[in-house]
Design a protein around this ligand. Structure first.
Ligand SMILES: Cc1ncc(COP(=O)(O)O)c(C=O)c1O
Length: 400
């Protein structure tokens, strides 16, 4: 007998947060550690957004608001969907939460029953299967591979769907692989979903603005209008506007779902921070040019990391279209012995030895449902990335 709920035993703590915490602890103990585990931009929130928050505080916009977002923010979100995705959403089809994570949580908790299935392509963002499991439903993980650049095929999607499938989760660009679906690739998947009327689509577009080399972003409801009435289009200001700490995310979908999500939120956190909501209004309505400038810095870092990792013996690193992650394979290092005498039998062994022997913190692929790989976040100063990749090279070159 335990005092804690059974539902808690169904979930794992976030591995990405655990790696960041471990790296911080080692650093605090005086170790020279480079943390490449965190999923947030190293850039600061732009000043115009900070100023809008300060104005909101001074103007007394410091009270409870409508549970799922102030009208001004819903209007800014509707304008964003129109401007950037050619999608029409009314205010009652939009829900604002405390981060994209809460919107995702609300959507899954309000719709899933025990026995329901949710199709999740791997590698996946760590929270998807955990929230599904917390709701008592079953994550149906569909593995992708290096050869397909970690993209789900129409065939694999078709095979994964059963009469119990309630949602399919897409995340493009992806955390952890950085892979993004072109319009044509997405169309092949939405063609499958059109035929399965019981299946809803949850598309997590939080990395929308972080794509490179002229890649054109597309999202499911835009690519296939027939799916819009059963799609939740999830997005937020955390990544594009460097606002991870402000905790504002949003989703758009059918009113029935949005209402249910507001009901749940009204009995948990109520509204997201009023001040952060006003900051998000400025983020979405204000100048957007800094996003492309920052994306260019990310592109240069991606190119640096990909080229350095591919020179490391035993590693293979594809060049992804977006986000600020790469997901190299460490297959070629498996079974080898490190300079410190550890035998590498899994990607977890690889990242543990890398942290202990070279002071570089990355996250093992198993945490994202695919092995043997690891994730590097390159949202870190270029010099630190160069140093970290140099250490990874030395680590791999020292394997016997
Ligand atoms: C794929 C993905 N979706 C959603 C989120 C949630 O972002 P937030 O809750 O900070 O808005 C993250 C953050 O790491 C993410 O990587």
């Amino acid at each position: 007998m335990t005092f804690l709920a059974d539902s808690l035993a169904r979930i794992k703590p976030s591995a990405t947060i655990a790696v960041s915490d471990k790296a911080r602890r080692l650093k605090a103990a005086g170790r020279d550690v480079i943390g490449l585990g965190a999923g947030e931009p190293d850039f600061d929130t732009p000043d115009n957004i900070k100023d809008a928050a300060i104005r909101a505080i001074k103007a007394g916009k410091t009270k409870y608001t409508t549970v799922d977002g102030i009208p001004e923010l819903k209007a800014a979100i509707a304008a964003k969907f129109k401007r950037e995705n050619n999608l029409d959403y009314k205010p009652e089809e939009i829900s604002v939460g405390t981060g994209g994570k809460q919107v995702l949580f609300n959507a899954l908790m309000t719709t899933l029953n025990p026995g329901d299935e949710v199709v999740i392509p791997a590698p996946y963002w760590v929270s998807y299967p955990e929230i599904v499991a917390l709701a008592g439903a079953t994550p149906v993980v569909v593995a992708t591979d290096l050869a397909s650049s970690f993209k789900l095929s129409a065939q694999a999607l078709e095979t994964a769907i059963t009469p119990r499938t309630k949602w399919v989760i897409f995340n493009s660009p992806s955390n952890p692989s950085g892979a993004a679906y072109t319009r044509a690739e997405l169309k092949a998947l939405t063609d499958v979903l059109v035929r399965h009327e019981q299946v809803w689509v949850l598309t997590d577009d939080i990395y929308e603005h972080l794509t490179y080399d002229g890649f054109v972003f597309a999202t499911a409801a835009e690519v296939e209008a027939a799916l819009k009435s059963r799609t939740l289009t999830l997005n937020g200001v955390s990544k594009a506007y460097a606002m991870t700490g402000w905790r504002i995310g949003y989703g758009a979908g059918p009113t029935m779902l949005i209402k249910a999500m507001a009901k749940l939120q009204s009995q948990s956190t109520t509204n997201p921070s009023s001040i952060s909501q006003w900051a998000a209004v400025e983020a979405l309505n204000g100048p957007q040019d800094f996003i492309a400038e920052r994306a260019e810095v990310f592109r240069q870092r991606r190119d640096l990391v990909v080229s350095m990792l591919n020179q490391a013996p035993g590693l293979t690193c594809p060049r992804p279209e977006g986000a600020f992650y790469v997901f190299p394979s460490c297959q070629g290092t498996m079974g080898k012995k490190t300079a410190g005498g550890k035998t590498l039998a899994s990607d977890e062994d690889f990242v543990t030895a890398l942290l202990e022997e070279e002071g570089v913190a990355v996250v093992h692929g198993a945490a994202f449902g695919l092995s043997p790989f690891f994730r590097i976040s390159y949202a870190t100063a270029t010099e630190a990335l160069e140093e970290a990749c140099g250490r990874i090279h030395r680590f791999c070159a020292g394997l016997r």
